[in-house]
Design a protein around this ligand. Sequence first.
Ligand code: UDX
Length: 444
Amino acid sequence: MNICLIGAGYVGLVSAVCFAEMGHNVICVDKDEHKISLLNQGIVPIYEPGLLELMNINVEAGRLYFTENISEAIKESLFIFIAVGTPQDEDGSADLRHVLSVAEIIGREINSFKIIVNKSTVPVGTAKNVKNIIISEIQKRRIDNIDFDIVSNPEFLKEGDAINDFMRPDRIIIGVERKDSEELMKELYFHFVKNGNPIIFMDIKSAELTKYASNAMLATRISFMNELSSLCDIIGADIEKIRIGIGTDKRIGMSFLYSGLGYGGSCFPKDVQALSKTMKDFHLNPNLLNAVESINKEQRIRFLKKIITRFENNIVGKTFTVWGLSFKPKTDDIRESPAAHLINMLTDAGAHVNVSDPEALKYSNLCLRNLESISLFKDKYLSLKDSEALVIATEWSQYRNPDFELMKLNMKRNIIFDGRNQFEPEKMTQLGWEYHCIGRSNEM
Ligand code: UDX
């Protein structure tokens, strides 16, 4: 089947590569000439495990190509996926500029029956707006015999595991009105659900809302655990034991119960706020979502206070090492990274910070301020030099089994603040470390 993906960002690019891998003919289009030129040279502008290799295989096989020519891409495809960004507007709502401008272009270029599939995360009602814009553009061309349909197909892939999530999804959500489009979508995704997982068809509004509901639910679980972790810190209970204790209840399940520095990334913070804004637009009070967001912010402030309190309320001029800059492991994405927020708060308070990260250091200028108080280190051991304490902010696998004795040689004091609960507190004490983590020790 011929597919065109408009937008070569995270979702667009991964979807394009995976559809091609399943044997479809895919054109991936972006207005950013530089990005298209990189992709045509076999360079992937983002770090995502396995993406580069799979992309090159499919380009060589002739199933995938990249272009800026949106007109050609639309004309040659039956399925037109909109996969452009919906960044956050100043008031918290989703900025739909890119989606609506793509709709205009589709209306100007459409030449035969197309299924226009929206993959961008958009508020309820967007499919209808997209449809109206396309109709009005077609009318301007004074032609009336072009048929098209709009489908909503939100994407649930996670960065770092994006290919696996796309190729073997837990479920595929499709909001659709027409039976013929439903059948075509079923055919398009046929090979992705051979594992027996469902394609769930529903009305378009419910599909649009399912994406926000899913992200908001996961963010809620994280904030709930983070809220509990502050109680654990005071009463001396262990959030890790509680995680296993509740997660083994099948009704709750194990995933997304890790307490830490809070959630970040390009989706959870933005989507929680966008859903909250939608509720306010309809005069509803998003009590729970407000709490989820404020607990997330408080969590990193609470962690910073732990550090500052340990140093008798004065970290001015002291050097700390932070391992991790990306918002989570296996990605170089620094958007809303809890690690970056923490580093900024440390330097605001007068500290010098040595930062190490396997992939994200190249973006430090974009997410860190007080750059005169920052030193970057590719090598995690060298980053510990003259450090009062190590702070683990992102749980890269490279940080799981460090040489603790080598670490001690470089540091001023044997202190670790672990914002991702990577080690067993008792073992760390035996190894001669003063170990502070989240919700696992009897400390304020
Ligand atoms: C998320 C959704 O998982 C995905 O379905 C959607 O399509 C996009 O948003 P992503 O942002 O890539 O994906 O990352 P994810 O793995 O979900 O983690 C989000 C944040 O939550 C990270 O900052 C992570 O560190 C944090 N997190 C996750 C926790 O703090 N605790 C957990 O138990 C799980």
